[in-house]
Design a protein around this ligand. Structure first.
Ligand code: NAG
Length: 317
């Protein structure tokens, strides 16, 4: 087998006074200080505390008078977790917003008992950007690492996704039971949310009376027969026909919430409705749709979140 070419890591892992070299699987040499690693990890503390043979009989590889230790992590992973080990004045904590890297750093943190880093990696799994874009991968990684809070948070964020996901790389990190628990949770949330679309007390209570919702109706008194009226009586909160675009919105949200029971579903659909109504050139509606629908969709999103809040992810940690 051909040896990988050996290169030197970048600062601060290139220090001339370093007292040990860690060589990554891809052949990058990190010149580091034992003290920082020992303080961060009992594994390294023990490793560096072992007596070294000084009579030249040791087969310890040496370079520039210091020991070279080969590790199985690649240079990217090694760089990330060494930055966590070093004091922040020398190396800032890296930004972990790539789940592939989170996974490998977490594995290294566990292997070397870097408890502090494990906690920081948990924080990376709670990164809103990661949760919003890849809740399912976050779920699998958090579950695999038996991180209770992060697993539950990721499952909740995953409600914005369809019930049946497309295949994802980390699916093999979790068991079929874990996956079933996630699907069951998702389904129960959808059922809880369905009730909101059958009884509009939450809406009539919020607005008080029909006059506080004039954006929702034609106003014959002012000759404002703008857009058509909705005929789907499931969505007539005051037993009066609202504007057709609103019942269309409600029909759409009703369907979507059964697959993705999240406040995000409600708000995203509202944004689409606002665009649609504005481009339909109805003077009365285009002027007030944004204000009306923003308040309404925030209200419904809040109700959705309240409805799913008591549902538990049934999983042992
Ligand atoms: C995440 O990290 C992996 C491994 O370093 C890399 O291959 C991948 O391209 C990265 N993904 C993104 C979106 O940056």
């Amino acid at each position: 087998m051909e040896l990988p070419t050996q290169t030197c890591a970048s600062a601060p892992f290139d220090h001339a006074k370093a007292d040990v070299i860690l060589r990554s699987a891809d052949g990058v040499e990190f010149r580091v200080f034992m003290l920082f690693l020992s303080l961060a990890s009992p594994f390294f503390e023990t490793l560096f505390g072992l007596p070294q043979a000084s009579d030249g009989t040791s087969d310890q590889e040496m370079k520039d008078g210091i020991a070279v230790i080969a590790v199985s992590e690649d240079s990217k992973t090694l760089d990330l977790f060494l930055r966590f080990c070093y004091p922040s004045t020398l190396a800032e904590d890296p930004c972990l917003d790539n789940l592939t890297e989170v996974l490998s750093v977490l594995a290294a943190a566990r292997k070397y008992s870097l408890d502090l880093i494990e906690r920081k990696v948990c924080q990376a799994l709670a990164n809103p950007k990661v949760l919003e874009t890849e809740p399912l991968r976050s779920f699998a990684i958090a579950r695999n690492a038996r991180l209770k809070h992060e697993t539950i948070t990721a499952a909740r964020h995953n409600l914005r996704q369809p019930l049946i996901p497309v295949l994802f790389a980390e699916i093999n990190l979790i068991t079929a039971s874990d996956f079933l628990a996630l699907l069951t949770y998702h389904k129960k949330c959808a059922i809880a949310v369905k009730a909101l679309m059958k009884d509009f007390t939450w809406m009539t209570n919020h607005y008080g009376n029909i006059d506080s919702c004039i954006w929702l109706f034609n106003r014959p008194r002012y000759n404002q027969y703008c857009c058509g009226q909705g005929t789907d009586t499931r969505f007539w909160p005051w037993n009066t026909a609202p504007l057709a675009w609103w019942t269309t919105y409600m029909q759409e949200v009703y369907e979507l919430l059964q697959d993705s029971p999240s406040g995000d579903t409600v708000r995203t659909a509202a944004d689409r409705t606002i665009q649609k109504v504005r481009s339909a050139s109805c003077g009365a509606c285009s002027g007030r749709v944004k204000e009306g629908m923003t308040e309404f969709s925030n209200l419904l999103a809040l109700k959705v979140e309240e409805a799913v809040a008591p549902i538990e992810l049934e999983m042992d940690f």
